[in-house]
Design a binder for this molecule. Structure first.
Ligand SMILES: *Cc1c(COP(=O)(O)O)cnc(C)c1O
Length: 394
């Protein structure tokens, strides 16, 4: 115990201690944090659906009709009608033969990669992929070859080199939208490579699903290449405003995972209320309200980023509603985040190991229902607070 205490003190001294804040209200553009109202700039509730009346009503009705718990894992007695309806709806929406619901994005990435690959196989993984992909790769026992972020020449060089003594399956795996930089994987080029070298392509669209593409189908729709993505993974906890995750893929892949993915097999399935909210979210996202909310989010992003870019800040090449603001070292990054919090702006300071050393950043995430005035005011305050902190350290 004493050793744990010492380690915690040491973390705090280096500005690296993480702790929890308590939110006392529903997730909206403004939230109450420990009793004080803040502008929320670090939620993944991009379309504002997490507290939408249609989702809330769907969850309540399903809970009344079917209860709070599914009672078992899917392969025992926990495969309820709602799981099957959600999977059919998803496969229809994504245009695939089949879909499979997982309990979270973390569980999905773990289970998909572990369930499909083994020690004879090779994964080609972008350096900035989400931690759940990295953990899934480890769990699979496959050989993992990491290529520099979005570097297609480096990826092709690795694939060419590996071709000589190829044995097992090959999987290229990327985030559609990268969670810390807010930039996109070049899916058009990845599709060409996966075809040339006969690999599977898996896209984790946690941040693109619901947001990108004319009908919200995600990064694949944005690039017009969904049909060529073998494994379309996404989550319900972000733009969908609910909880859980899915894989849309061929029937053979889904049936394999039902038999092999440990995170799918050995865990109680999602409860009825969550499943019904997910179904309501798909309807909303696919319809005109989804389209309106996507347009509003794109407008908000342009407005907010423009003010920061005009002030000379480095936004790490962000192309989306995830807007990182590069600072560098952990201490000033956290000092700026704390000062902004005192001034009513709740955003996150991001440090290693989440991002590489020397690239600590503030990370703002935008929502469709932030107002123009809120975002303008917040962006100006961010610019002024960064300037103040940097001046103090000169
Ligand atoms: C959030 C996220 C996940 C994990 O999803 P959860 O449903 O929150 O477990 C996986 N991949 C990426 C890229 C994410 O951003």
């Amino acid at each position: 115990m004493q050793e744990l205490q010492r380690q915690l003190v040491e973390l705090a001294e280096r500005g690296m201690l993480r702790s929890l804040r308590c939110i006392d209200s529903a997730q909206g553009p403004r939230v109450s944090v420990d009793g004080e109202e803040k502008l929320l700039l670090c939620s993944n509730n991009y379309l504002g659906l997490a507290n939408h009346p249609l989702l809330v009503e769907a969850a309540i009705k399903a809970t009344r009709d079917f209860g709070t718990g599914s009672g078992a894992s899917r392969l025992v007695s926990g495969s309820m009608n709602l799981h099957h309806r959600l999977e059919e709806r998803l496969a229809g929406f994504k245009g695939t033969e089949a879909a499979l619901v997982f309990n979270s994005g973390y569980a999905a990435n773990n289970g998909i990669i572990q369930g499909l690959l083994g020690p004879a196989d090779v994964v080609f993984s972008d350096r900035l992929n989400h931690a759940s992909i990295i953990d899934g790769c480890r769990l699979s026992g496959a050989r993992v070859l990491v290529f520099e972020h979005n570097d297609m020449a480096a990826l092709e060089a690795l694939m060419r080199q590996e071709s000589a003594n190829r044995k097992g399956r090959w999987l290229i795996v990327v985030d559609g939208v990268f969670s810390m930089d807010g930039d996109l994987a070049p899916l058009d080029q990845l599709v060409r490579l996966k075809q040339r070298y006969d690999a599977w392509l898996m896209v984790d669209d946690a941040h693109g699903g619901g947001v990108l593409g004319d009908s919200g189908r995600g990064t694949g729709e944005f690039f017009g290449c969904s049909d060529s993505i073998d494994l379309q993974m996404g989550t319900f906890g972000k733009a969908y405003g609910s909880f859980g995750a899915y894989l849309a893929a061929s029937r053979a892949i889904v049936d394999t995972l039902i038999n092999r993915a440990r995170s799918f097999i050995f865990s109680t399935s999602l409860p009825p209320g969550v499943l019904a909210a997910n179904l309501a979210a798909i309807d909303l996202i696919a319809g005109s309200e989804g389209q309106r909310r996507r347009q509003q989010l794109a407008f908000n992003r342009a407005l907010f980023s423009r003010i920061l870019l005009d002030a000379g800040l480095d936004l790490c090449g962000s192309q989306t509603q995830i807007v990182p603001i590069l600072i560098g070292e952990p201490a000033p990054t956290m000092a700026i985040a704390d000062e902004l919090f005192r001034q009513g702006i709740f955003l996150s300071g991001i440090r290693p190991p989440t991002v590489p050393a020397g690239t600590c950043r503030l990370r703002a995430t935008l929502m469709a229902d932030h107002s123009q005035a809120e975002l303008q005011q917040a962006a100006r305050l961010i610019v002024a607070t960064i300037a103040g902190e940097l001046a103090r350290n000169d």
